[in-house]
Ligand binder design. Structure first.
Ligand SMILES: [Zn+2]
Length: 139
């Protein structure tokens, strides 16, 4: 069995979205083809000067140990790492647009650090009224 994988997936630690994340990863073929890290705020630590070196190091290790070339960033609704939803966003569209902007910033940082060939794909994980999680790509 090979010891390489094509991707590293970055997720928030939020327990409410973990089952949906795994279902999404299985459905898209990422499960078994991706390293996984989960911490508060998914892409947020890359924009934090105190946490940057640590999270950059995790990407570097994935690339070094497993030759991963893609970075999948799964942002989510009502993220405590960003202060939650209520009082911060006018509506869910504004929230999603904000998180797309966050992924764009992280993409620039990662491509500066590791080269323009690093493919960074952003997703938004949302929850419906019944509590079902839906993950979709942010274009
Ligand atoms: Zn979160």
């Amino acid at each position: 069995m090979g010891h390489t994988c094509r991707a590293i997936t970055l997720s928030c630690m939020d327990f409410r979205f973990v089952e949906g994340l795994f279902a999404f990863m299985k459905q898209t073929g990422l499960l078994g083809e991706s390293d996984l890290v989960a911490w508060a705020g998914a892409g947020k630590p890359f924009l934090d000067t105190k946490e940057f070196e640590f999270v950059k190091g995790q990407i570097a290790k994935s690339r070094e140990l497993h030759q991963s070339v893609e970075v999948h960033i799964v942002q989510h609704h009502d993220c405590g790492g960003y202060g939650g939803f209520d009082g911060h966003f006018a509506d869910k569209n504004a929230e999603r647009a904000f998180h797309k902007g966050e992924v764009d910033k992280v993409r620039n940082i990662l491509q500066k650090e590791f080269g323009p060939e690093v493919k960074v794909i952003g997703y938004f994980s949302d929850m419906d009224d019944a509590g079902n999680v839906h993950v979709s790509a942010m274009e």
